[in-house]
Design a protein around this ligand. Structure first.
Ligand SMILES: [Zn+2]
Ligand SMILES: [Zn+2]
Length: 247
């Protein structure tokens, strides 16, 4: 099955293995109509540097001319770095990007030591032990604060190490018109079903870190089939996702 677009792919500018052009060419080959380049945010250990934004834009312009049959979006996967919902983009950075994905990554440098204590430490513990109710409650508030503070397009890999109350965050996503992501790399059946049953708009993405994975959403297709959920529930199966910043 060919989806309309893949809105989460990484390149050599962060921890991906392929170039921007290789990802675009792979997306064309797979038959996608849209693809987004979304490298990791500015405080990630595998980050995109602020000075590289202009370079990426130039490469994307060249690809837009060379591959006119696909729409190429320029995005970023920003990092949640503060317990007040802060991410590693300044508000003035948003105008540089067609779309912004934002979520927690353990590889990102928290804003202060207190943020490290409140977010990272509890997340590392949750990898070993089940997260406590208090941690889930706090993370849920942090995620909702982030969603209401910024114009975020996609909330990625739900409950991948950073545990939240999925339904509460889905409601916040619905209220703020943010897509929740069905992430082909980080998803299990329970999360998939809960997301499909939620009120949020959904976008299925590969989170590809190499060109071979761009547009390969077979995991999502299989889960949908197993759970008896029509692919039409997923916005980008047939349609482009709606972005907050009109381009
Ligand atoms: Zn990565
Ligand atoms: Zn991510």
């Amino acid at each position: 099955m060919i989806f309309y677009g893949d809105y989460h792919t990484h390149t050599v500018y962060s921890d991906g293995k392929s170039s921007i052009e290789e990802n675009v060419a792979a997306a064309v080959k797979r038959g996608l109509k849209e693809v987004a380049i979304t490298d990791h945010g500015f405080r990630n250990a595998f980050c995109l540097k602020r000075r590289e934004v202009a370079l990426q834009k130039k490469e994307i312009e060249i690809c837009r001319e060379k591959y006119p049959d696909i729409k190429i979006l320029y995005g970023i996967e920003a990092d949640l770095i503060g317990a007040d919902g802060r991410i590693d983009l300044d508000k003035s950075d948003f105008k540089e990007f067609d779309l912004v994905i934002a979520g927690f990554h353990p590889s990102a440098r928290p804003y202060t030591f207190r943020d490290f204590w409140l977010i990272n430490l509890s997340t590392y513990r949750a990898v070993l032990f089940k997260p406590s109710k208090d941690v889930v409650r706090r993370n849920t508030k942090i995620a909702i604060d982030m969603l209401t503070r910024y114009e975020i397009d996609i909330y990625p890999h739900v409950n991948h190490s950073f545990y939240v109350d999925l339904q509460e965050v889905a409601k916040a996503c619905a209220d703020t018109e943010t897509y929740m992501e069905l992430n082909a790399k980080h998803i299990d059946r329970e999360t998939f079903e809960a997301l499909c049953a939620s009120e949020a708009k959904l976008a299925a993405n590969t989170d590809a870190h190499k060109k071979e994975s761009v547009g390969d959403l077979s995991v999502v297709e299989r889960l949908a089939e197993e759970c008896g959920i029509g692919l039409d529930r997923i916005e980008n199966f047939k349609n482009p996702i709606e972005l907050k910043r009109k381009i």
